[in-house]
Design a protein around this ligand. Structure first.
Ligand code: GAL
Length: 942
C-alpha cells in the first residue's frame, strides 16, 4: 500500500506541469489516472480543486430528486460530493443486502458520473451521521465482539457489507471512467483505536479493486493526527472541524470550537478539510433556521476563506450541503429528530438559501482561479492597521498571490479600512482594503485572467469565462464598499463604462478602475494589446445572480433565474435547463444567437454588453386540497391475539446485561425498528402492589403499560443503562396495581408497548454505547414472585420497496394499515379515544401545475397541551414522527416520488391519556414553488 502511494505521488509530480482545474472525469469518459502530491489531487496530471458538498442519499427516499440535489450542488460550483453509505439502510438481517429502489447506490454513482461530480465514497463501516446506530445495522448489536475493532465477530459482519458495496464503488472510480476520486475508511476513528482494523479496511478495499487514494476524516479540528503515519495510516489524512459547535440557540457565537483548518498532517499529501462545518444539528431544539444563522454567510466567509489561505487546502467536504430527512427509523434519537435539515445551504425542502449564494461566490472562485490548486505559504503584505490580519499564499509556478484579509481578532466586529503595502508580481502597490465586521476577503494579484493580466484588485473574483475571443469577468464586493482593480496593458486601452459609475486612469501599463460596489457596473475594455474584456463589478447580491455552466463550447455565464441546472451549446443556440421562482430577466454570455429554456424558445435581444437578454415567466400558483374525510380504526392492545414470539433468552451479546431475566431486548428477537409490543403472563396471588418497569427507548421515547386490559399509565423510556454515571435503573416507571384487579390463582396478563426511537451511535467505539438495548430492560411485580412468561411482537423483517427502516411493530403496521389501498375496517367516526394506538386515514389528490417543482410539507397546528405522538405515513412511507407538546418539529417535508397524484395519508397516533389522541388541525403546505427545467430536454454531459 505504501509502495502504491509512493508510485502515485511520483506519477503526479512527473505529470503536473501547468496547473489547471481538471475537467470532471466523466466528461471525457474512459479511464483516468488519479494521483496526488502535497498540493492537490490530480487527474491525468491536471490539478483538481476538490470542493465537495456532503449529501446523504438515504435521507431523500426519491432517487429522481437525488439528481435535483446533485444538479443544485454542481450549479453552485462544487466539483464533488461526499457520500456516506449506510450499512443498516441496506441490511435488515445478517447476510441480507438490498441495493434496489431508494437504495440503488449504483444509480446514485451513475448520476454523479453523468453530472461530472467527483465523489468521495465514505462506506464506513461506521459513519456516525446522527443516524440510527451510526450506520450500523441494529442486528450488529447481537454479534459478539467489539465493533470498530479487529474482533473476528465484527470483522465477519463488516466483510459482508464491504463485500457488497466495494465492487459497486470500484466500478465508478475515475480510474474506470467514473467519478469516485477518493475512498474514506472509517469515520473519526480516534478512540479505542485498532490499527489492524484500519489496515484490514484498506486491504479489503484494495482487494476489491479500489485504486483511488484512501483517505480518513480525523476528528476534532485537526487536533488529532491519527492515521497520518505508522500502522494503519491512510494516504490522505483529512480533518473534521465544527468550529461553531451545535448550540443553535446562540447563532451569534463565533468559533467556540476553534478557528479552522490550519494544519498539514502529511508532507506528501494535500491538506484535506474532510468534514467542514456547513450547518449544525439542532441539539437543543432551537429550530434549524437558527442553525442556518449560526453557520451563515459571515461565518462561511471568515472560516472557509481562512482555511483555504491558512492551510492551502485543496480538498474540502462541506457537511451538510443538503441535510434531508431522517425518515422512518433513521434518526439517532439522542441527537436529532425527523428533520435533518441541518441549517444547510439547501433546505430539507430543497430550497436554495443565502448560504447557497455564499457557497456559489466562494465555489466559483475556488474552481475558476486555477493557481489556487498549488500554493505555498508566502509573506503577507503588512496592513497599516494591525487590527486587520493579512495572510498570503503564492503559486510557485505562476507567481499568483492570494491574500486573505480579516479581523486580527477573529470575533472582532469593527469596521476597519486600511492599506496593504503589497509587493505583487507586477510591482509594489498601496492597496486599500476594508473589513467591516465579520467578513473576510481573498484578494488576488498577478493573475492571468483569461487573456488579461490582473495586477491586483481589492474586489473579489467571482469567476470569468472566455466567449468568442472576449473575456467576461465578474468581480464583487460588499454593497457600498469602495473597490479598485488594476489590469496591465501594453498601451492605453479603450475603456467604455456601459453601466454604473467607474473612474479609470492609465499610467505605465496600469489601467486602474475605481468604483463603489452597488448594483452591477459594466466596463468594456478593448485594445491595449489584449483581447477584449467585459468586466462586471457587482455586490454580493448581484454576483450571486450569476450562474456558470460548462458546455462543449466552454464555460458560459447566465444571469437571472433562480437556478441554472445545465447549459448546452447547440449550433447558434444555448439550451438551458433552468428554474424560476418569480418572473425575471435572463441574460446569457455565450457564443450563440438564440436561447431556449426548458426546451422553449425565449425571445432575446443583443445588449450593449454583447450578451443576449430575455425574460422568463415565474411559476403558476399552487392550490392544495384540504385534508378532510378522516376515517378511523383502533389498534387492539394485543391482549389475546396469537402470532407472538416467545421471549425466553437468558444471554445476550450486549455488554449491557438486563436487570431481570429473560432478556427482553427487542433486537434479540429480530425486531430492530419501531414500536414493540410485549405480553407477560403470570399467575396472580392477589397481593400484587406495583408493577415496576424499566424500558429503554432512546431520547423522547415512551412506553405504555396495561394489566389485564386495564391501562396503568405510561413513562418516558431511558436512553441508556450504562453511561456516565452508570445508570442501573433506566426508564423506570412504577405503576400501582388497582385494588381487586388480580385474584389469587388466576392468570394475569401484563401488556407493554415500548417505543424504539432508533439506536445509539458508537462514537466512542467502545461497544457500550451502540449495544445499548431497546425494549424492556427489567420488569418486577412487587408482591409476587411468580415467574412471568413473555412474548414479543415487533416489526416484520422488511418492506421490500421502502426498506428495513420504514416499518415498526404496531399491530396496524404488521397488518399493512399504513399502506395505500382500503383494506376495509375503517370507520367514518372515531370510536372512544382510549390510551394506546389509534389509526387515522384520509386520501387526497394533488393537481400541481405541470413543469413545476413544488415542494410540499405536512403541518400540525395543535396546541401543545395534549400528549400524543403521530407516525406519519404517506402512501406507506413513514415520513417522520410528530410529538405534540414535545416538538420541536411541526412541519414534515413530503418529497415528490413519495407523493403522487393520488395519495393516502395515514397516522398511527399513540396517546397516553384518554380522549387526547385526535391530532388537531393538519394541513398541506407549500414549501417551494418553481417553474422548473428539471425534467426538460436533459442531456447528460456524457
Ligand atoms: C462528525 C461526524 C459526522 C456527523 C457530524 C455532526 O463528527 O463525522 O458523521 O456526526 O460530526 O453532525
Amino acid at each position: 500500500m505504501r509502495l502504491l502511494a509512493v508510485a502515485l505521488v511520483l506519477l503526479g509530480s512527473l505529470a503536473a506541469t501547468t496547473p489547471v482545474v481538471a475537467a470532471p472525469a466523466a466528461e471525457t469518459g474512459g479511464r483516468h489516472e488519479v494521483s496526488y502530491d502535497r498540493y492537490s489531487l490530480m487527474v491525468d496530471g491536471e490539478r483538481v480543486m476538490l470542493w465537495s458538498g456532503e449529501f446523504h442519499y438515504f435521507r431523500l427516499p426519491s432517487p429522481e430528486l437525488w439528481r435535483d440535489i446533485l444538479e443544485k450542488i454542481r450549479a453552485a460550483g462544487f466539483t464533488g460530493v461526499s457520500l456516506y453509505f449506510h450499512w443498516g439502510y441496506h441490511s435488515p438481517s445478517p447476510g441480507v443486502y438490498d441495493f434496489t429502489g431508494v437504495r440503488d447506490v449504483d444509480r446514485l454513482l451513475r448520476m454523479a458520473d453523468e453530472l461530472g461530480l467527483y465523489v468521495v465514497a465514505r462506506p464506513g463501516p461506521y459513519i456516525n451521521a446522527e443516524t440510527s446506530g451510526g450506520g450500523f445495522p441494529a442486528w450488529l448489536k447481537t454479534v459478539e465482539g467489539r465493533a470498530r475493532s479487529s474482533d473476528p465477530g465484527y470483522r465477519a459482519a463488516y466483510t459482508e457489507w464491504l463485500g457488497h458495496l466495494n465492487p459497486i464503488i470500484a466500478r465508478h472510480q475515475v480510474s474506470r471512467g467514473g467519478s469516485v476520486i477518493a475512498y474514506n475508511v472509517e469515520n473519526e476513528y480516534a478512540v479505542n483505536v485498532d490499527a489492524a482494523y484500519m489496515e484490514d479496511l484498506q486491504r479489503q478495499a484494495r482487494d476489491a479493486g479500489i485504486d483511488v487514494p484512501i483517505v480518513h476524516n480525523n476528528c476534532c479540528g485537526g487536533n488529532l493526527a491519527n492515521w497520518s503515519s505508522g500502522k494503519g495510516a491512510v494516504q490522505i489524512p483529512g480533518v473534521d472541524d465544527y468550529p461553531q459547535s451545535f448550540d443553535c440557540h446562540n447563532p451569534d457565537a463565533w468559533g467556540p470550537w476553534g478557528d479552522g483548518v490550519t494544519r498539514r498532517l502529511r508532507d506528501d499529501a494535500p491538506v484535506y478539510a474532510a468534514e467542514y462545518q456547513a450547518g449544525a444539528i439542532d441539539l437543543n431544539n432551537a429550530g434549524y433556521d437558527k442553525c442556518r444563522e449560526l453557520t451563515g454567510p459571515s461565518y462561511m466567509k471568515v472560516f472557509y476563506k481562512n482555511n483555504a489561505i491558512a492551510s492551502g487546502a485543496t480538498m474540502f467536504g462541506y457537511y451538510m450541503t443538503f441535510g434531508g430527512t431522517s425518515w422512518g427509523w433513521l434518526p439517532q434519537p439522542n441527537d436529532v429528530y425527523t428533520s435533518y435539515d441541518y441549517g444547510s445551504a439547501i433546505t430539507e425542502s430543497r430550497q436554495l438559501t443565502a448560504k447557497y449564494d455564499e457557497f456559489k461566490r466562494q465555489g466559483y472562485f475556488m474552481t475558476t482561479v486555477a493557481p489556487l490548486t498549488k500554493t505555498d505559504a508566502a509573506t503577507a503584505p503588512v496592513p497599516a492597521d494591525p487590527a486587520v490580519l493579512a495572510r498570503a499564499r503564492a503559486n510557485p509556478d505562476t507567481g499568483t498571490q492570494f491574500v486573505l484579509v480579516r479581523q486580527a481578532d477573529l470575533a472582532g466586529a469593527a469596521d476597519l479600512s486600511t492599506t496593504l503595502d503589497w509587493t505583487t508580481p507586477d510591482g509594489r502597490y498601496q492597496v486599500p482594503v476594508r473589513v467591516n465586521g465579520r467578513d473576510a476577503k481573498i484578494l488576488v494579484a498577478g493573475y492571468d485572467l483569461g487573456g488579461q493580466r490582473l495586477a491586483w484588485s481589492s474586489s473579489e473574483v467571482l469567476t470569468h469565462v472566455t466567449v468568442s475571443g472576449r473575456d467576461v469577468a465578474v468581480l464583487y464586493g460588499r454593497d457600498g464598499e469602495q473597490g479598485s482593480t488594476v489590469l496591465r496593458y501594453d498601451s492605453a486601452p479603450t475603456v467604455q463604462v456601459l453601466d454604473g459609475e467607474v473612474r479609470h486612469s492609465y499610467e505605465d501599463g496600469d489601467l486602474r478602475l475605481d468604483y463603489r460596489h452597488t448594483g452591477l457596473a459594466r466596463v468594456l475594455v478593448t485594445g491595449g494589446g489584449r483581447q477584449p474584456l467585459l468586466l462586471m463589478l457587482g455586490t454580493d447580491e448581484t454576483a450571486a445572480r450569476f450562474w456558470r455552466q460548462d458546455t462543449s463550447a466552454g464555460p458560459v455565464l447566465v444571469r437571472g433565474a433562480s437556478l441554472v441546472r445545465s447549459a448546452e451549446v447547440r449550433g447558434d443556440r444555448l439550451a438551458l435547463r433552468a428554474d424560476t421562482d418569480r418572473a425575471s430577466d435572463v441574460e446569457v454570455f455565450a457564443p450563440v444567437r438564440h436561447l431556449t429554456v426548458g426546451g422553449r424558445p425565449v425571445p432575446v435581444r443583443r445588449t450593449p454588453s454583447g450578451s443576449l437578454l430575455g425574460s422568463l415567466p415565474g411559476p403558476e400558483q399552487v392550490r392544495l386540497p384540504a385534508l378532510t374525510n378522516w376515517r378511523h380504526r383502533a389498534e387492539p392492545p394485543g391482549f389475546d391475539e396469537s402470532g407472538w414470539t416467545t421471549a425466553d433468552k437468558t444471554t445476550t451479546a450486549s455488554p449491557i446485561k438486563p436487570k431481570t431475566l429473560p432478556v427482553l431486548y427487542a433486537d434479540e428477537y429480530g425486531h430492530h425498528n419501531g414500536n414493540v409490543w410485549y405480553r407477560g403472563r403470570f399467575t396472580a396471588t392477589g397481593a400484587e402492589k406495583t408493577v415496576s418497569v424499566n424500558a429503554i427507548t432512546g431520547r423522547r421515547g415512551i412506553y405504555l403499560v396495561w394489566l389485564n386490559g386495564r391501562y396503568l399509565g405510561s413513562a418516558p423510556g431511558g436512553t441508556q443503562a450504562d453511561s456516565e454515571p452508570v445508570n442501573p435503573d433506566p426508564g423506570r416507571g412504577d405503576f400501582a396495581v388497582p385494588e381487586g384487579l388480580l385474584s389469587a390463582g388466576q392468570q394475569a396478563t401484563l401488556t407493554v408497548l415500548v417505543e424504539n426511537m432508533g439506536h445509539n451511535d458508537d462514537w466512542t467505539a467502545d461497544d457500550v454505547r451502540h449495544k445499548q438495548p431497546r425494549g424492556l430492560f427489567g420488569v418486577a411485580v412487587e408482591g409476587s414472585t411468580a415467574p412471568i412468561s413473555w412474548q414479543i411482537r415487533g416489526s416484520l423483517p422488511t418492506d421490500g420497496e421502502r426498506g428495513p427502516m420504514n416499518t415498526g411493530g404496531l399491530y396496524g403496521e404488521r397488518a399493512g394499515w399504513h399502506l395505500p389501498g382500503d383494506g376495509g375496517g375503517w370507520q367514518n367516526t372515531p370510536g372512544e379515544l382510549t390510551p394506546g394506538v389509534s389509526w387515522y386515514r384520509t386520501t387526497f389528490r394533488l393537481d400541481l401545475p405541470r413543469g413545476h417543482d413544488v415542494s410540499l410539507g405536512l403541518r400540525f397546528d395543535d396546541t401543545t397541551d395534549r400528549d400524543y405522538r403521530v407516525l406519519v405515513f404517506v402512501n406507506g412511507w413513514n415520513m417522520g414522527q410528530y410529538l405534540n407538546g414535545v416538538g420541536p418539529q411541526r412541519e414534515f417535508v413530503l418529497p415528490a416520488g413519495v407523493l403522487r397524484d393520488h395519495n393516502t395519508l395515514t397516522f398511527a397516533v399513540i396517546s397516553t391519556e384518554a380522549a387526547q389522541g385526535d391530532p388537531g388541525p393538519v394541513s398541506l403546505v407549500t414549501l417551494g414553488n418553481h417553474r422548473t427545467g428539471a425534467g426538460a430536454d436533459r442531456e447528460p454531459r456524457r
